[in-house]
Ligand binder design. Structure first.
Ligand code: CMX
Length: 133
């Protein structure tokens, strides 16, 4: 499998509007607008930095996974996303190597990406996302 780069850091926030103030107005990153991924009960906002991006995640519902994450752990880094050349191949290889997966098949993420999550038990406690664009 070929991992190309860190695609983005996903940060769980209470409010994208408030987060935007720090990442865009203060840090000076560009703001690419928001996109809601209703199937995952989350609105995303991307702030590009050179080859990678910061992604803010705001829950669209109190029972959404991002809201539950914030309830348990507070705002902060929710996942690290690695861009791969071929996500189906990567998942097949990881499964073959006995890596515990949350998603055995890719689903649709923001910006038209195909994404899949690995189980944090297999990755030293970090939620790892694979994505292909
Ligand atoms: N960090 C560390 N551990 C996490 C975690 C996180 N952010 N999110 C979940 N986990 C752990 C859970 O505690 C659980 O552990 P145990 O099995 O030991 O109990 C395990 O991972 C599985 O979590 P779950 O909630 O039981 O499993 P689900 O399949 O219901 O959901 C997940 C898993 C990751 C998809 C969901 O929690 C989630 O975060 N969904 C939102 C995804 C998201 O950010 N979407 C936007 C994508 C846009 C993009 O990047 O393109």
């Amino acid at each position: 499998m070929k991992v190309l780069k860190i695609d983005h850091l996903g940060i769980a926030v209470n409010s994208i509007e408030e987060g935007k103030n720090f990442w865009s107005d203060i840090m000076g990153l560009g703001f690419e607008g928001t996109e809601t991924v209703e199937a995952q009960k989350v609105t995303t906002a991307f702030f590009p930095i050179s080859e990678s991006e910061v992604e803010l995640l705001e829950s669209t519902a109190p029972d959404g996974p991002v809201a539950k994450y914030i309830e348990k752990k507070g705002q902060g880094i929710h996942h690290v996303a690695f861009r791969v050349e071929n996500i189906e191949e990567a998942l097949a290889e990881l499964k073959e190597k006995g890596v515990k997966l949350i998603d055995e098949k890719p689903r649709n993420g923001a910006g038209g990406a195909k994404i899949a999550f690995l189980h944090p038990k297999a990755t030293n406690g970090i939620l790892v996302e694979l994505c292909q664009r």
